[in-house]
Design a protein around this ligand. Structure first.
Ligand code: FAD
Length: 470
């Protein structure tokens, strides 16, 4: 860096401190550590500064100052993303803009079924605020104690309730966004119908911070579903699991809120690394965790679930079943699913994916992908689990003994199979810096061209989260 460059960055740091206060401009490397490395330690970089604004106006002024100085901005929420999207590159030239101080629920409107909050609000805090108003904010995922609404919106997060309530995109009614030049777009409306031209909010949902910074949001709430019934079921194979899903959808309709597939090896990992207990005496090749949720009597919901499971056991679509009798038992069954990501990390290096295919194609996909994996990487063990009800699977794999050409080699075994099934190589976690090559490889030229046109229109100087997505 030349002397002149140094003077420019020093002036920028002073100006940023003038906007957010010196305590909220972190420049010492040890203070920056949690902001420049992702939660798995898989991605790390360096930052010119980590800046923590406290309001939309401050975000706007920070982004405006960075734009003037030609400095890139990396928006960051809870930093729980899986693709390195919130981590700066190695250059040390970008500002990380953390939304963590903008963490308030601003209002809950139980009649309009909406809530308005700042983007740095932690997901669990948002869920709790909705509950206190007798309503439900249904987005739910294992990182909910740390991830933020702005991060959920920017990754279009899915989670365990997509089957019934949709992805984050389906839960956003309005947004406020600071654009790459510092201007503020106010689209903070709680309308369910609004056809005045292009629906701009959808550009920013799932954009992974490459088009602007989400600062506030109006989210859609649902009537509370205070009753639930949860079951853990052993099944012979994914085909049986899909048949069980069809049974439940037929018998329980929209009460079915979650339907998760868990491979045997994943259950072994949570038993070994998270101290959980296998709920069955017998081992099964596959498991399904399912939940019904509704407003009626809990006992009625449970009886309905027990009846469907009894029919499934009789027909051979299920081999073993436990229906939780208490909330504590239900929580225990959910832990078997929710601790899989941590147990996988504790187990050692793993290839991770979050693919989607049509739900009916899941069994054939798993068979074909497992065959490819075994043929190309003998010794690599398949770790497969995920949101079967949405056709979204984490088709993961442990490192093969020789570790050769891995994990890129595994992605080259698995993603072409996804493509054969007309699926998605990134159904939940986004692209970030992890899957840029796949984006170009698997999306059509016209899709890439349209995405680049949008990026160029909103961020012509490429200062908003560079090196991510495109
Ligand atoms: P970050 O990781 O901080 O950022 C993610 C991306 O969004 C980055 O590109 C960042 O630049 C951008 N960004 C963040 N905030 C803003 C903002 N305000 N404005 C503009 N851009 C912004 N994901 C799922 O979808 N489903 C799951 O079931 C799921 N389970 C998980 C389980 C575990 C244990 C963990 C650790 C993660 C899981 N994830 C899951 C991934 C992750 O939690 C989600 O992607 C989450 O939405 C990220 O939120 P965050 O606040 O941590 O965002």
């Amino acid at each position: 860096m030349t002397r002149e460059d140094e003077q420019v960055t020093d002036r920028l740091k002073d100006a940023l401190a003038g906007v957010v206060g010196p305590r909220n401009v972190l420049t010492a490397p040890d203070e920056q550590v949690p902001f420049v490395t992702d939660w798995r330690g898989a991605y790390s970089g360096r930052a010119l500064a980590v800046v923590r604004p406290g309001s939309t106006d401050e975000v706007s002024r920070v982004v405006g100052l960075c734009a003037e100085a030609g400095v890139a901005v990396v928006p960051q929420g809870g930093n729980t993303g899986m693709c390195g999207g919130a981590v700066p590159d190695e250059s040390g030239q970008a500002v990380v803009l953390s939304l963590s101080r903008m963490n308030r629920v601003l209002s809950v409107d139980p009649l309009n079924l909406t809530m308005t909050l700042q983007a740095g609000c932690v997901l669990q805090v948002a869920q709790q605020a909705a509950l206190e108003a007798g309503r439900l904010f249904p987005l739910s995922l294992a990182a909910q104690g740390s991830c933020q609404i702005g991060g959920n919106i920017s990754t279009n997060a899915g989670g365990i309730n997509v089957l019934r309530y949709g992805n984050t995109r389906d839960l956003v009614l309005g947004l406020e966004v600071v654009l790459p030049d510092g201007r503020v777009w106010d689209g903070l409306r709680g309308l369910r119908k609004d056809n005045r031209g292009y629906d701009l909010k959808h550009l920013f949902i799932g954009a992974e911070g490459t088009l602007g910074i989400v600062t506030r949001a109006v989210l859609k709430l649902h009537p509370a579903a205070p009753s639930s019934a949860t079951a853990f079921v052993g099944v012979a194979d994914p085909a049986a699991a899909v048949r069980l899903l069809a049974r439940l959808q037929g018998a329980c309709g929209t009460h079915l809120s979650a339907f998760e597939l868990i491979g045997r090896k994943c259950l072994d990992l949570v038993v070994r690394h998270r101290g959980e207990r296998d709920p069955f005496e017998q081992r099964h090749a596959w498991y399904v965790l399912m939940q019904l949720a509704g407003g009626g009597e809990e006992a009625t919901l449970r009886e309905g679930l027990e009846q469907v499971l009894a029919d499934a056991l009789a027909a051979g679509d299920a081999d073993d079943a436990i229906v939780a009798g208490t909330m504590a038992q239900a929580d225990g069954l959910w832990r078997l699913r929710e601790t899989i990501p941590e147990a996988t990390v504790a187990n050692g290096p793993a290839f991770r994916s979050d693919i989607a295919v049509a739900t009916a194609d899941v069994p054939a996909f798993i068979e074909a992908a497992a065959e490819e994996l075994a043929a190309r990487h003998p010794g690599a063990e398949m770790l497969c689990f995920g949101h079967l009800g949405d056709g979204n699977l984490h088709f993961n794999a442990t490192s093969p003994p020789d570790g050769a050409d891995w994990p890129r080699g595994v992605s080259e075994a698995v993603y072409p199979v996804v493509e054969r099934f007309n699926g998605s190589f990134s159904a939940e976690h986004g692209v970030g810096q992890a899957k840029r090559a796949e984006l170009v490889r698997y999306k059509s030229a016209i899709e890439i061209e349209l995405m680049r046109t949008i990026k160029q229109a909103l961020d012509p100087r490429g200062l908003m989260n560079p090196g991510k997505v495109l």
